[in-house]
Design a protein. Structure first.
Length: 267
């Protein structure tokens, strides 16, 4: 069978450049409506000589960012539309427990009681949380100011709901702090790296599952958390290693009493 253009409702003419709908007769004489891939205006618009869209790097970057936002929204919608009644309550409790890094601070307190190396790991983790929290809340959220997802429009089930924060959505502060703590502690105390990494991943996903963050917010928070842990560890290492001038002064201070006593005896 061929195709024919469906007339506009009520006999009205179709506006120039409007999307054209085609009716194709399928099995049993049914008609299926399909959207065209281009409009009349697109078909008449000439392409540049190199066949690439015009507008320069800025327009290309804007198009790429638009595509990434579309993918981000589609992933968020897919998570919201997937029924997981068994996980909903667990992830909701996990997301709530991660508020203000309560889980990480509890683990740090337990590590501090476990000896010298676990105590050092706990201090490193707490320092990484401080850097990540400040970077996410005082810098990232104020610079980007991304709006929170529309949880009602996405039909996120009420069983998943946690209080919707009033701060900007990008990046995820919960994820940044959890990943920063897991990374810093894992570097100082390698046996803890895998379980803490899994916990941080679960915290990050719980923020998407409960509908308060887009996946892109969580991914950015994870990157920020790793960078914050690296910065905190570097600062701790620099503070623990005296500078050359400090070492020279310490060496001179140690030798000063012997020099003074020897000089007095020679007199």
């Amino acid at each position: 069978m061929g195709t024919r253009e469906v007339p506009a409702r009520g006999g009205a003419e179709r506006a120039p450049g409007a999307s054209r709908y085609l009716a194709e007769e399928g099995h049993c004489g049914e008609k299926h409506m399909t959207d065209p891939t281009t409009t009349d205006e697109d078909a008449l618009r000439p392409l540049p000589e190199d066949g690439k869209p015009s507008g320069g790097p800025g327009r290309l970057l804007g198009a790429v960012m638009g595509d990434l936002r579309a993918v981000d929204g589609a992933l968020y919608a897919a998570v919201a539309a997937t029924p997981t009644p068994t996980l909903d309550r667990t992830l909701r409790h996990l997301s709530h427990a991660a508020d203000h890094s309560k889980i990480s601070f509890a683990i740090a307190a337990a590590l501090a009681l476990g000896g010298k190396r676990p105590r050092r790991a706990a201090f490193a983790g707490v320092g990484a949380i401080a850097v990540a929290s400040a970077s996410a809340n005082l810098l990232g959220k104020r610079l980007v100011r991304r709006a929170r997802p529309d949880r009602e429009a996405a039909r996120v089930t009420v069983d998943r709901h946690v209080p919707m924060p009033t701060s900007a959505s990008f990046p995820s502060g919960h994820t940044a702090s959890a990943v920063a703590f897991a990374t810093a502690v894992g570097v100082v105390l390698p046996p803890a790296a895998v379980p803490l990494g899994a916990l941080a991943s679960a915290v990050g996903y719980s923020r998407i599952h409960t509908g308060v963050h887009y996946p892109g917010d969580v991914a950015a928070g994870a990157v920020l958390g790793i960078a914050s842990a690296a910065a905190a560890l570097a600062a701790a290492a620099a503070a623990a290693t005296p500078s050359a001038r400090t070492q020279a002064l310490l060496t001179a201070a140690r030798s000063w009493p012997r020099i003074s006593i020897g000089a007095a005896l020679r007199r």
